[in-house]
Design a protein around this ligand. Structure first.
Ligand code: P5A
Length: 444
């Protein structure tokens, strides 16, 4: 892609309305454009990153056997009246009337909708377990939308739902999502820690938030530092190993503020291991048994002829929030350098030819390099503008391709001036560059 053709409205300075670095960067490099409070259009650069995150989330859901569906954004109020949440949800719910004067709403979440699908489709325990998910826009009329995509009113969520025959089977499903979340966040190059959390308007009594550390996060957390040293490489989906995996995490005290108890904390964690800090909630999982299935009469026939309500859980990842969360974790705002993990970077590599008037040699060379990169599925952004070198580099640092090639005096013949963003340059061949990037891509 040529930079001159890219729809990328870059701003010289940080917009004054943005208070945190992710919001600043996203507006500055034109990843998003605000439409109204907490509602954004996604421009090419931002959209590309969000789609890559979505794809990783999707792959990890599929790996645990969850099946993708797509439910509507607009829901009928009837099912919410059945569950009892129509009134309870309060002002956060955007209520709409259709032309027949029927009460509709823009879905803030989909427990009711998916329970309705389940109850009208499946009747026997033999069809269980079922894990269904979709990736869809949600709307919550947040009282204080802020920090850009971090707390939006309209936001993109992956939400999954599990249906099981018993509590024990349902915990197994819960643990599958627990593992899947650890793997998803790891592929996004984030350290997300599971913390026991409150269930709020979703309900139930078992819940974990997945939180990444950040001063600008809205969640207050109390944790045993040693939980950060756990590096789960588990892949095994077998019941017992999943139970062990969750136990490994739950061994360390780690809770959000609603669950905090000073006495318990001080008893469980020695002084030198205590960490009280803030974080960003990037995912949240819940187990609520028959809360919805009972209220909405979603039952299955059991082996002996009896019926029982299915046991359900729900599992959310903030896909649009993750774009901001990754920036919070990876943006060096002092030096104005963004380092996207290659797995979600808008471009794999930036080619920066030093172009002099009427001399197209460097740009030609960049275009030739690009041909080879395309053959290897490497996505490059070429700065074909005639701006001065330092503003070119500044811009590319903000856009944040993980690798850069400078095509100037030092890129002589076969050796190219190459660097990983923010690191020392080295002079290496194109073949070697392709190797480095491919290897990194394959490791994800
Ligand atoms: C779980 C899936 C639920 O809604 N129902 C379906 C459950 N959980 S949740 O915690 O309320 O939301 C899941 C994740 O969505 C993100 N999120 C948001 N992102 C941006 N702006 C918001 N206003 C917002 N609200 C929630 C979070 O990442 C949260 O963990």
């Amino acid at each position: 892609m040529l930079l001159s053709k890219l729809f990328i409205p870059i701003l010289k300075n940080n917009p004054s309305e943005a208070k945190i670095k992710s919001h600043q960067l996203m507006l500055r490099v034109g990843m998003i454009k605000q439409s109204s409070a907490g509602i954004y259009s996604w421009l090419p650069l931002g959209f590309k990153v969000m789609k890559k995150i979505e794809e990783i989330v999707r792959q990890e859901q599929n790996k645990i056997g969850a099946q993708e569906i797509l439910m509507p954004t607009i829901q009928s109020s009837e099912i919410w009246k059945e569950s009892g949440r129509y009134e309870d949800y309060g002002e956060e719910m955007l209520r709409i009337k259709d032309r027949q004067n029927r009460d509709m709403l823009y879905g803030p979440t989909n427990e009711e909708q998916v329970t309705e699908i389940f109850r009208s489709s499946l009747k026997s325990y033999k069809s269980l377990p079922q894990l269904l998910y979709h990736i869809q826009w949600k709307f919550r009329d947040e009282i204080r939308p802020r920090f850009g995509v971090m707390r939006g009113r309209e936001f993109y969520m992956k939400d999954a739902y599990s249906f099981d025959i018993s509590d024990e089977e349902a915990f197994y499903s819960y643990n599958k999502f627990f593992l899947s979340y650890l793997r998803t966040f790891k592929r996004l190059s984030l350290t997300a820690i599971p913390m026991a959390a409150d269930t709020g308007p979703i309900g139930g009594n078992l819940s974990h938030e997945f939180i990444i550390l950040a001063d600008t996060g809205e969640s207050k957390i109390f944790t045993d530092k040693r939980i950060f040293d756990l590096n789960s490489n588990d892949t095994e989906l077998e019941k017992n190993s999943l139970r062990q995996m969750r136990k490994k995490y739950e061994k360390y005290y780690s809770v959000t503020d609603e669950k905090f108890n000073k006495e318990e904390f001080e008893k469980a964690v020695s002084e030198e291991n205590r960490l009280i800090t803030k974080g960003i909630e990037v995912g949240h999982i819940f187990y609520f048994g028959d809360k919805y299935s009972k209220a909405m009469n979603a039952s299955v026939d059991l082996p002996g002829g009896k019926k029982d309500f299915v046991k359900m859980g729900s599992y959310g990842i903030g896909v649009s929030r993750l774009v901001g969360a990754i920036i919070e974790a990876k943006y060096d705002d002092k030096n104005e350098i963004m380092k996207w993990p290659l797995s979600v970077a808008p471009y794999d590599i930036a080619l920066v030819p030093m172009i002099n008037k009427n001399d197209t040699a460097a740009l030609d060379k960049a275009n030739n390099i690009n041909k080879e990169l395309i053959k290897n599925n490497i996505d490059a952004l070429i700065d074909d503008t005639e701006e001065n070198f330092s503003s070119k580099i500044k811009k590319m640092n903000l856009i944040g391709a993980p690798y850069q090639v400078i095509i100037g005096k030092k890129s002589d013949g076969d050796l190219l001036e190459f660097k990983e963003t923010g690191k020392q340059t080295q002079n290496i061949s194109l073949k070697k560059i392709v190797e480095i990037i491919k290897k990194q891509k394959n490791s994800n």
